[in-house]
Design a binder for this molecule. Sequence first.
Ligand SMILES: O=C(O)CCC(=O)C(=O)O
Length: 244
Amino acid sequence: MGLTQQQIHAYRTEGFLSGIRVVDPAEAARYRRLFDELEAQEGRETARIGLLDRHFDQSFLWELATHPQILDTVESLIGPNILLLATHFFCKYGEEEKFVAWHQDVTYWGLEPPLAITTWYAIDDSDRENGCMRVLPGTHRGGIRRHGKADVPGNLLSINQEVPVTAEEESRAVDVPLRAGEMSLHDGALIHGSLPNRSQRRRCGLTLRYVPTSVRPVGVNSMGKTWNAVLVRGEDREQHFARP
Ligand SMILES: O=C(O)CCC(=O)C(=O)O
């Protein structure tokens, strides 16, 4: 089911939407079990931030990345021709000082125009205590800001990037709690991040990045790589991305 006009308006104004159910609790538990198996196979060190683009070899991730509920939602915002740019897990285990510094996704993604949507699918329940995502509503409308480097150790981002925000902006941060099987979506230019996990529970989310086929790659991404974009809905008339 696609978004309502009201949800589309809220997304355009605030830069994010939350609490959208993708699968029922039984399906969510199945996806969590499948992730647990992948985590056991790869080890926590890798699972934390090193599981990138595993939709190419893990069928449950391909299933999620092409889930009709996710694609209907994304289509409501970027139209019918959709490329999956990447998938990436963000796992924070309890009692570690790992966090995600404030940043805007598209800053180092080498896209023109820099138009992307991230959907964040909750593998685990995610709340304030275990370090759910936080966003600064409306900041996607202010353009891309200059990013610096985080000076606190533990930033999970690939090149330790951080966008400075004022105390006043920070006071307007909104938590984005989710139950397992739900997702949030955010605009690639929205400032967001997350605090350390202060619980004993794992907080794992799967990010799925989507762009319309009209977007063009104009450089490498923050990992120094080109994207392995795949068409997941509609037609790719533009063919801007090399095929994986
Ligand atoms: O999972 C998190 O805490 C942050 C995720 C994130 O930064 C992203 O989706 O770009």
